[in-house]
Design a protein around this ligand. Structure first.
Ligand code: SF4
Length: 496
């Protein structure tokens, strides 16, 4: 929870990216409103921070989260006191005037204090360096000499054994010199921020690279939500970033605006609007016939959900390695048969890959044709599982060889639906074919692959009730992915 009038590290970083994002952060009343994806990222960083303590033994935990100024002052006093006694501090906070800054570890050294900030990443980014620069600034305001300031990240080359070995998983990167280059800039930003937190004006949303950079701004839906679920500049594909920012700044956002200013778009993009208005479906019959004639029965529809975690969850896994935890499989034995559904979600905290491998080897009929949408993940996971489990290797390798990509039909414009506005995603194509069915993607608690991963990773910290609800939503989401492929195939078969 934001404390009025207090500048935090997170607020500082947001201010350097976008004043409006900083205002959201400064006025954010309730962290429970954050998306599950953001909560999961923060939870994983918290877990990593705890693991990092083993690199700096003998410290004492202070805590850095406070709901009000009095509590924050207490935590800051305790931090000061431990540092002045020459003790290592875990999860502490510095407070100077109205600038506060949390850190993961501080270790008193002969010539000052070494500070460490832990991040769920494998390399430093500019944002992280800005955070460290802010920490160095607050330390300076307090009269603490920073002898070293470092980031602690995960080592991409580490492979987990039976348990996580912190000293091998984590690596420290000394960024003292790079941080020093930001000193003047931070001082200037902090002067401005001192005034900013006393006000409450809300700057207008300005679409720019900061809205979309890395994982995207967490306030994107707050700023632009009214345009995201209807035809608009935000849902028209093929517009390059610079043009999109310029059009937004000029107020050209709705479909009417875009039609009236089609001359500002590339001819190919302007044509998407024309095809949308005509409700056109264009088909390259020769190519479509070629694709369809390459399919056979039994016909399967396969979709995996996977996770990537900074802290490898299972033996043999590296940080951020893709690990499947769920699949949905529909099988049609012969033409005209009803599809039979199979699925699996690994129990919380368990490596489900062996079970997934065994079940798929059993449930995929011999020599089936397997359809996936954008087959990269499905082929990758089948290959991984084949490598790991020799008993089912041959079956899974055959399955991998038999995967065909129904998404390629749309990526190559062999079939193009005018309603798609140039999007080739499974959900958009399904919406064009069966708008009522596609509504299922909107009503559930899981809307995309990122939601699915965050949901699964957050199971251990959810209540029993929430876990059950979310598990059911995961099941439905993945099942809908394979069901939608069946519907799409039916539709394109009629268009040859
Ligand atoms: S979406 Fe863009 S305009 Fe809105 S708060 Fe984020 S960075 Fe700022």
């Amino acid at each position: 929870m934001a404390i009025k009038g207090i500048v935090t590290k997170r607020l500082y970083v947001k201010y350097t990216r976008c004043r409006r994002a900083a205002r959201y952060e400064a006025s954010s009343p309730d962290s429970a409103k954050l998306s599950l994806t953001i909560r999961q990222r923060r939870e994983e960083t918290r877990q990593l921070s705890r693991l990092a303590r083993s690199l700096f033994t003998g410290g004492e935990e202070v805590g850095s989260r406070a709901d009000d100024y009095v509590a924050l002052t207490e935590l800051a006093k305790k931090t000061d006191s431990l540092l002045s006694e020459g003790r290592t501090v875990y999860d502490g906070v510095l407070l100077a005037k109205n600038f506060s800054c949390a850190f993961d570890v501080a270790v008193p050294a002969e010539d000052g204090v070494n500070f460490y900030v832990v991040k769920c990443a494998t390399a430093p980014s500019e944002n992280y360096i800005r955070e460290l620069a802010y920490l160095a600034h607050v330390a300076k305001l307090k009269g603490i000499k920073v002898s070293k300031i470092s980031l602690v990240v995960t080592d991409q080359n580490y492979t987990r054994g039976k348990v996580v070995k912190e000293s091998a998983l984590l690596r420290k990167i000394d960024l003292t010199r790079r941080v020093a280059r930001y000193a003047d800039k931070v001082a200037k930003n902090c002067e401005e921020l001192a005034a900013f937190v006393q006000k409450s004006d809300f700057p207008d949303a300005e679409l720019c690279a900061n809205c979309e950079r890395q994982f995207g701004c967490e306030y994107f839906a707050d700023c632009f939500g009214k345009w995201l679920d209807k035809p608009s500049l935000f849902t028209l594909h093929g517009v390059d970033s610079a043009t999109r920012y310029r059009l937004y700044a000029d107020g050209i956002v709705s479909m009417d605006d875009l039609r009236a200013n089609a001359h500002l778009l590339k001819p190919k993009v302007a044509n998407l609007i024309k095809l949308y208005d005509e409700k056109a479906v264009s088909v390259n019959k020769k190519e479509l016939q070629k694709f369809l004639s390459g399919l056979w029965y039994p016909l399967c529809f396969l979709d995996f959900e996977s996770l990537q975690s900074c802290i490898p969850r299972y033996r043999g896994v590296r940080p951020l390695e893709t690990v499947a935890f769920q699949y949905s499989l529909h099988v049609i034995e012969k033409e005209g048969d009803a599809p039979v559904h199979y699925g699996y979600i690994a129990p919380d905290g368990e490596d489900g890959r062996e079970e997934i491998a065994k079940r798929l080897a059993e449930q995929i009929p011999a020599n089936s044709c397997i359809l996936a949408f954008g087959k990269f993940l499905e082929c990758k996971v089948l290959g991984q599982l084949a490598q790991m489990f020799p008993d089912v290797r041959a079956k899974l390798l055959t399955a991998r060889n038999n995967v065909r990509d129904i998404g390629a039909v749309f990526a190559s414009d062999t079939v193009y639906y005018g309603d798609s506005l140039g999007s080739r995603s499974l959900k958009t194509i399904y919406r064009c074919v069966d708008p009522d069915g596609a509504h299922g993607y909107e009503v559930g608690a899981v809307h995309n692959g990122a939601d699915a991963m965050a949901t699964y990773l957050m199971f251990p910290v959810m209540s029993e009730k929430e876990r059950e609800e979310r598990r059911a939503a995961l099941w439905e989401y993945c099942k809908l992915d394979t069901l939608s492929m069946i519907t799409i195939l039916e539709d394109i078969k009629k268009r040859v």
